[in-house]
Ligand binder design. Sequence first.
Ligand code: UT7
Length: 328
Amino acid sequence: MENCGVKILGTGSYLPSRVLTNADLEKMVQTSDEWITTRTGIKERRIADDKTATSDLAVEAAKNALKEAGLAPTDIDAIIVATVTPDMFFPSTACLVQKQLGASKAACFDLSAACTGFIYGLACAKSFIESGMFSNILLIGAETLSKITDWNDRNTCVLFGDGAGAMVLGRTSGQKSVLSVHLGADGNYESLLKLPGGGSRNPATAKTVEERLHFMKMEGREVFKVAVMKMSEAAEKALEIAGKKTGDLALVIPHQANLRIIEAIAKRMALPAEKVYVNLHKYGNVSAATTIIALDEARKESRVKPGDLVELVAFGGGFTWGATVIQL
Ligand code: UT7
């Protein structure tokens, strides 16, 4: 497998059609379009219907990515789904996606790294392919965060949305797509962003449900500070590993949690606004699906072209963080 590299063969995304606007949220909790817009930059988000689970969104995104890659589901050797909202604890959402796609030859597993999940997944896919273990990998970031959102908690319910993005990766001996990946984590921050109920620490009971422990909790202000610092550092490290400079990048795709976080990172990296991709006004924070939905959109909108250098950088619960430099 000498000189074997990873090539991006296709990307795809899928967003549920139902739009929840800031005006809709004004009717649900004590908030305002003005507060949400100035504090976060979010205007609306997509919400899956009651019958739709994460695997359903993942399958649609995967079909789009496979179509672009020109591969059949049976060409896929492994499916990795990065998510914090699996259909259920087990079987993995990846197995459910495999079933729906008919990707009968694929090994399947889910990956839990919160909003950094897609970049962690990219590191796995790169290693699997470079080691020769797998040739074609379907990597998906998919979330239905609306299902773990406390719609009575204005601190969190205005921030998140549902959606999925997918990437098909294959082996190449030519121009590599994934030039570097840097990953990090610090479990000392575990309490600041979490879903406390339903796991082995607080198994689901009538009491945990009454205490609303089955919904996401976040100390936003604390998360904000560390997110800016760690994403800036991660972006720098991934560039360093790739042997590239900020000026070489055509576009940076930061995790879409808060416009003020994105602006702070852009300032630290001395990036002009046109080199920073923003779509959080339309979708809010879609956790593990965020960066791949944005990359797919940027490609389809021709914001980037083949050969361009793009950096993805993300941060999430754990805390986890990571960045990757890719060449399209
Ligand atoms: O994806 C993982 C990474 N996640 C993130 O990166 C999220 C990071 N955090 C953030 O984006 C921001 O901290 C938030 C958007 C969550 C909050 O913005 P903030 O500027 O840090 O506000 P704050 O938490 O300091 O709250 C300011 C005030 C509070 O009122 P008091 O205590 O000052 O009277 C909140 O109760 O704003 C109040 N508030 C709201 N008011 C209207 C909080 N949420 C709302 C709301 N509408 N939806």
